[in-house]
Design a protein around this ligand. Sequence first.
Ligand code: SF4
Length: 271
Amino acid sequence: MSQGRQGVSRAPPAPFWTDLRRREKEFLDSGRGEFRHSASFVSVSSIAEQFYCEYKVENGFLLGEIPTEAKDLGTALHDELVPTEEIGEEEFVRLVSRREPSYAVLRVWGTVGGLRIVGMPDHIVWAEGRPLWLVELKTTRGDPTSLWEDQENQVRIYGLLLDLMGLDCSRLGLALVRIKAEELSDEERRTWVAEVSTALQSGKVGDLESRLGGRMKVHQLRHDRRAAVGAIMSKSDYWLGKREPTSSTSVGKCRACEYSSACPKSLSKPA
Ligand code: SF4
């Protein structure tokens, strides 16, 4: 089942959503390029990456994106597991306002610690206009039971932004799903998003994990404003130009990093 992605519609939506759209436009028009590297906005994924290695974010600006086979494969698997299609604003509002759970994502945005932050979560389960589950998917070839700091903070910050946008997050749960997607059958990939959504809503995630035989781990977290704000504040000075980027102290991280051969801070240079 595919989920909707909010797009543009001329039809008038309910007042909350109309106001949200107005506030979003004001927010997006407010960019002044005052952050590091003249950025007007900071992406949630960049803040998350700072938890892996801040110099990796710096290299992204200085050296550009470096495509890798693993990234391309991850993107393809990701699109297969969570397919989306553009829908209009009126349809989005109708979909998320239903009593029965529905799936739709929208851009999340907000200002925290002086940073204007934007992001696009992978998947959100809604009912009656409230987000119930925010799901972030990470494909892996490694151990799905590990939960890394960058991944945890990414899903936490998405939840915070939804909250700051004025949505009712009183029942919001966060799920960071790590999955060996390459090992799933075509049928398992096709039904994955519906299966994980249903399992989260019914509290039967353990059953689904058992059925997938160790190929998936759903890390469930409570939405926690303070934890998410703390994560942003611990990294904001980099963007505000108050300090230089830190770099990894892990040889393993540098070995796995696509900037390893060009990075002046790399701990893993080719022999
Ligand atoms: S090579 Fe190491 S220090 Fe350099 S960006 Fe990659 S992880 Fe960071």
